[in-house]
Design a protein around this ligand. Structure first.
Ligand code: BG6
Length: 464
């Protein structure tokens, strides 16, 4: 059961995102991202230096190789590539990623590259960000520049990381920039993002770019807290809200009909929808789907209380309650029988098996686990960082992935979030996910944790 049948094809690596690890926020002609501006303006902890990966990528990629890994998922920073609204290209940004890609190939590491992991150039945020269809067009231009510059160096491309989270946090919960709370705006942004995605896939195919293209979603498997009919309907609503509006258009070429009906019946304005956009979506299904999984979600019907989101961005210091509720749609709840991390995430390894079975059955599209990991408070001062909780977490989840693979799911890789410590959005650097510790206070010195050595050994010996 533990063994992978066709191991040669399986990728074992780690995943990062440009803003969260690169630092070098104002170097080599990089424009400001919306996160630079937002975090500076509010005086929040920021990613100005982060893991200093921009300068230390060679060391990091070498350590991936030495850690037995054969793949690296990272994102390209749009503001490094395109300088301004006119779409001018920054050659220094292109050169940086060519160097990173060449280093990956030199070390025998397969790159899986994300075009957008939330660091929108500020000059686009200034014209309305994802609310403005011009941002979707700018994304297609940026994608085209990347396709041409990196063609032949990337086999696995993805357009967006987790469309649900940056739109939800930016326009519903309001805990990410631009901090809006507006469902009508949210719906328009989601639409613009999926149109941008489909147009970028369309172009990829028209230009005959080498490799495959997909999208990464924040897979939140939804479980009913009981079997009442209203709970099951709430699960469907929550699944539409969190997952289906991304993976249905990406994998089946259409938005979920019941979701569109519900939105319409609630009086939202859908006059921005254009037939030609829906046609591009219908024509451009992805080659693969990336699934990020951290834990399950338990759902009940929303019986009382208006729409409300309270997020946990401060770990154990967070004294309030986490709330995720949409009036007349659903409400999140907790399963008292499952363990919960210090940051409020419930863990359930079987959830990764169930989501893989479910997505394979629904879409029959090759799958990758593009993120999985556990955020912990950790003291990285000791010589040997004993992160057994991370090892247990990863081990139990990877076993379930292998289980799904052996049960017939076409799952092709696993990316730990993350290969080294990095900046966690709004949680700062104290929420650590890395297999390698980073001493952020002392020159970003790298210190492999016990999990780094465990992962290496398990890849080389146990999962053969
Ligand atoms: C995913 C994102 O949602 O979860 C990452 O793709 C993010 O960018 C990760 O860092 C963990 O979430 P958080 O909020 O704990 O950093």
């Amino acid at each position: 059961m533990k063994n992978i049948d066709n191991k040669e094809e399986f990728l074992f690596g780690g995943a990062t995102a440009s803003y969260q690890c690169e630092g070098a926020w104002n170097e080599d002609g990089k424009a400001e991202s919306m996160w630079d501006v937002y975090l500076h303006k509010n005086n929040y902890e920021n990613g100005d230096v982060a893991s200093d990966h921009y300068h230390r990528y060679k060391e990091d990629i070498r350590m991936m190789k030495e850690g037995g890994q054969n793949a690296y998922r990272f994102s390209i920073a749009w503001p490094r590539i395109i300088k301004n609204l006119e779409g001018e290209v920054n050659e220094a940004g292109i050169k940086h990623y060519i160097d990173v890609l060449d280093e990956c190939h030199m070390q025998g590491i397969e790159p899986l590259v994300t075009l957008y992991h939330w660091d929108l150039p500020q000059y686009l945020e200034d014209i309305g960000g994802w609310l403005n269809p011009a941002t979707a067009d700018a994304f297609v231009h940026y994608a085209e520049v990347c396709y041409k510059a990196f063609d032949g160096k990337i086999n696995l491309w993805t357009t967006f990381n987790e469309p649900k989270w940056f739109t939800h946090c930016g326009y519903m919960a309001g805990n990410y920039p631009p901090e809006h709370h507006n469902p009508q705006e949210y719906i328009q942004c989601c639409y613009n993002v999926m149109v941008a995605h489909a147009k970028a896939v369309d172009l990829f195919r028209k230009e005959n770019i080498k490799g495959k293209i997909g999208i990464v979603m924040s897979t939140e498997p939804m479980y009913p807290i009981d079997d009442k009919p209203e709970t099951l309907q709430a699960v469907r609503n929550a699944d539409n809200y969190a997952n289906n509006w991304v993976c249905d258009p990406a994998c089946k070429g259409e938005f979920p009909k019941d979701m569109v009906e519900k939105i319409r019946s609630q009086g939202f304005d859908l006059s921005f929808v254009k037939k030609e956009d829906l046609d591009v979506i219908a024509k451009n299904r992805v080659d693969f789907l990336g699934c990020n999984y951290y834990g399950p979600v338990f759902v009940k019907a929303n019986e009382e209380g208006d729409t409300c989101f309270v997020t946990n961005n401060s770990g154990t210091r967070f004294k309030g309650k986490v709330i995720n509720r949409i009036k007349d749609w659903y409400e999140y709840t907790k399963n008292p029988d499952l363990p919960t991390t210090a940051w409020g995430t419930q863990t359930y390894p079987k959830g990764i098996y169930e989501l893989l079975m479910n997505y394979w059955e629904r879409y029959h599209t090759p799958l990758y686990i593009t993120e999985n990991g556990i955020g912990l408070y950790e003291d990285i001062a000791p010589d040997r960082i004993e992160d057994d909780q991370r090892i247990d977490y990863m081990d139990s989840h990877i076993k379930e992935i292998i289980h799904a693979k052996n049960d017939g799911v076409d799952v092709r890789g696993y990316f730990a979030w993350s290969p080294f410590d990095l900046y966690s959005w709004k949680n700062g650097c104290e929420k650590r996910y890395g297999l390698i510790g980073i001493d952020f206070e002392n020159g970003c010195v790298r210190k492999p944790k016990k999990s780094y050595y465990w992962y290496k050994e398990a890849i080389e010996k146990e999962w053969k």
